[in-house]
Design a protein around this ligand. Structure first.
Ligand SMILES: [Zn+2]
Length: 103
């Protein structure tokens, strides 16, 4: 099998390297990233895994806040103690004092 080499740049170390075109094609079709060496592949996987995990945690935390009190649009789903549209019960404005006196 004639192996045609193509020039690529390693996304991990940034070094230019050559890779078998067929292999690279296969990697791309599998959604993999070609890197220059096993070492770089390992650190690439590490990086992405760490980054993905960080992103996931960050997003999870952000979402958790967003769907609660921190969200200004939150209308109070479970404990609707104070609905913004519902007027608060006001104390009676002016009791007729005459009736009190007459007691
Ligand atoms: Zn590399």
């Amino acid at each position: 099998m004639p192996g045609k080499m193509i020039k690529l740049t390693c996304p991990v170390c940034g070094e230019p390297y050559e890779k078998n075109a067929y292999e690279h094609k296969r990697n791309v079709s599998l959604g993999r990233t070609s890197v220059c060496s096993r070492t770089c592949h390992a650190s690439y996987m590490n990086q992405t895994e760490t980054k993905l995990k960080q992103n996931r945690e960050m997003l999870a935390e952000r979402n958790a806040h967003q769907y609660r009190e921190d969200n200004p649009n939150w209308k109070g789903g479970i404990s609707a103690k104070s609905h913004p549209l519902k007027p608060l019960p006001e104390p009676k404005p002016d009791e007729p004092e005459d009736e009190k006196k007459g007691g």
